[in-house]
Design a protein around this ligand. Structure first.
Ligand code: CA
Length: 234
């Protein structure tokens, strides 16, 4: 079972710890940022499965983060804010947030909103990969489409949901080169910006987890300037 990674962006330590405690106790992997700048860099470097975002941050307005992240990513964004005017909620949702929770809130509501945001994003996936079942095997690597896990030499390599989607897509088209643009559109939707940077960061993390020598990969190959190719299945 892969734990879903939730990035909590909140400048108030008490609230940040409160949310992190709830999430960790409910089988999520909580990571935290206390400023907008940290949040932006952590979205890229940690590829969270959900973003919980406070709007009132010391260095920038959370709305700017919603717009910036939404320009290249479909990660579910749940805004958490003390602002409870209807126009604030509408502005956040129009900018690309998936949901809006008003402070104060209870743990049951928070967990329900996170589950809904993840479910919503999954059912919007633009390809049939969620319907994939069975296993794909190449060398010592196995993609288990039923369990949503990747194993190398029998060990679960603990990919994030985003990393899993990339590996799973490449496995589905094993042996073929998938262009950066194709992968981005398949995973993050037709409106996603073709920015290869996020894909490169993800791939570096994937290789660190699945390849014995990330500099000389055996499973996922780079076609320079074009895209990636998964080794043929067995
Ligand atoms: Ca705040």
């Amino acid at each position: 079972m892969i734990k879903e990674k939730v990035l909590i962006v909140e400048d108030e330590l008490g609230i940040r710890n409160f949310i992190a405690t709830i999430l960790n106790a409910n089988d999520y992997d909580a990571i935290t940022a206390s400023s907008g700048a940290d949040a932006m860099s952590m979205v890229t470097s940690h590829c969270p499965d959900v973003l919980l975002l406070d709007l009132g941050l010391p260095d920038m307005d959370g709305m700017e983060i919603v717009r910036a992240v939404r320009s290249w990513s479909n990660v579910p964004i749940v805004v958490i804010s003390a602002r409870n005017h209807e126009r604030d909620k509408v502005e956040a949702l129009d900018a690309g947030a998936d949901d809006y929770i008003t402070k104060p809130f209870g743990s049951a509501e928070l967990l329900a909103r996170i589950r809904a945001a993840i479910r919503h994003t999954r059912t919007q996936l633009p390809n049939s990969m969620i319907a994939n079942s069975g296993q794909f095997r190449t060398g010592d690597m196995v993609i288990d489409y039923d369990k949503h896990c990747v194993f190398v030499k029998g060990e679960n390599v603990k990919l994030t949901q985003g990393e899993y989607r990339i590996v799973s897509l490449l496995g589905k088209y094993a042996g073929k080169v998938l262009t950066y643009d194709f992968i981005i559109k398949e995973l993050w939707g037709p409106k996603a910006k073709s920015d290869n940077q996020i894909l490169r960061v993800n791939m570096a993390n994937i290789r660190r987890k699945i390849e014995e020598n990330p500099a000389d990969p055996k499973y996922i190959f780079t076609e320079m300037g074009v895209g990636y190719r998964m080794a043929e299945g067995e």
